[in-house]
Design a protein around this ligand. Structure first.
Ligand code: NAD
Length: 326
């Protein structure tokens, strides 16, 4: 018997217009391409603070794509007279290196940028999705993390510019939903990797792959016993798409529940890539979460979502992409 709560996913989005904020980024450009493939018109906005022009060049290969170089923290382009059906709020730097180098820009885009997009959604009657993060759980005291867990975040720590501004973005999204009736969705994205990531962005998978590809020492922070789960980018896009077309405005975890210690992940990458790298251990940064794994019960109760790309296949595809950048 089919589940009455099952999300009905559209087979085509011909005639629909989708705005993707952050379109030059890793996840947003993959999502924009997914919707272009479904026949939608896509408008991309990006100021290239962490995004890449080459991602925009790929999207420009589609007739239905339009790009505007824009800082959404300040204001938005004039869309008067235009229809916008769906808005994806994905513009935010997301790597731990960015938390140190551009903290204010992160806080501005997740506060003012998100509010500017919510105002546009309100004006256009568009459905709006906020890309939140597992970082809203901070260093979690429960495992795996369920959506009802309210988190354990240090508001003045080094990760606070990201964690707290994403929490604010969630609060702002729910406020527009409750006060103005804007049709909103929230996804809490867990660690995602894949082609189009910046190889030097400091996140664990690009770091390890690059070090392994060059047979360099692999840098492990702490003793490597902290855990993460890693989702391949096309699986994440499928999860985000499912939430966008669900009827539920409360947050959904999105990711892959397979859990690895950081040490296991490093060893797996060395093995998969046939590398001669050795592991080296360095002090753990402050507020680094000890455990991270999504509980996906809520998402799987409304859909038959399950990640399709194995860690091994995903790593190989990511490595192939990094090789093309050399
Ligand atoms: N990749 C992950 O593992 C992960 C995990 C949790 C949440 N997320 C969220 O998903 C979204 C995409 O992340 P990503 O990993 O693809 O990062 P990314 O840095 O590749 O993409 C973000 C894009 O937003 C753009 N941007 C930032 N500030 C902007 C501004 N003021 N105006 C216009 N454009 C701006 C950047 O230039 C970049 O192209 C982010 O909101 C991030 O917080 C990602």
């Amino acid at each position: 018997m089919s589940n009455p709560l099952q999300v009905k996913l559209p087979e085509s989005l011909k005639g629909k217009t989708i705005l993707v904020a952050g379109a030059a980024g890793f996840v947003p450009s993959t999502l924009a391409q997914f919707y272009l493939d479904l026949g939608a018109q896509v408008i991309g906005l990006d100021n290239f603070i962490t995004g890449s022009r080459s991602n925009i060049e790929i999207l420009k290969g589609y007739e239905g794509f339009e790009f505007m170089e824009w800082d959404i923290s300040k204001n938005l382009p004039d869309f008067s007279g235009r229809t916008i059906d769906f808005i994806f709020s994905l513009a935010s730097p997301a790597s731990p290196i960015d938390f140190k180098t551009i903290p204010l820009e992160i806080m501005q885009v997740n506060s003012m940028g998100t509010q500017n997009l919510l105002e546009l959604a309100k004006e256009k009657g568009a459905r709006f999705l906020e890309a939140s993060t597992s970082e809203v759980y901070g260093d979690p005291e429960i495992h795996p993390q369920v959506e009802s867990y309210v988190g354990h975040v240090n508001p003045i720590g080094e990760r606070a510019p990201y964690d707290e501004s994403k929490r604010y973005a969630e609060a702002m999204t729910m406020m527009y939903n409750r006060r103005y009736g804007v049709d909103t969705r929230i996804v809490r994205i867990f660690n995602t990797y894949g082609p189009r990531m910046r190889p030097d962005d400091g996140r664990v998978i690009p770091n390890f792959i690059n070090q392994a590809m060059n047979n360099e020492d692999i840098t492990i922070y702490g003793d490597g016993s902290q855990t993460r789960s890693f989702c391949y980018v096309t699986d994440l896009v499928q999860a985000i798409h499912t939430v966008m077309f669900s009827e539920d405005s409360t947050p959904f975890n999105c990711g892959n529940p397979d859990e690895y210690t950081i040490k296991e992940a490093a060893e797996f990458i060395i093995d998969t890539l046939g590398s001669k790298s050795k592991l080296t251990y360095h002090p753990l940064p402050s507020d680094d979460p000890k455990k991270r794994r999504p509980d996906l019960t809520k998402l799987t109760s409304i859909s038959d979502y399950s990640p399709q790309v194995s860690f091994k296949d995903g790593l190989i595809k990511t490595m192939e992409y990094f090789k093309t950048l050399k």
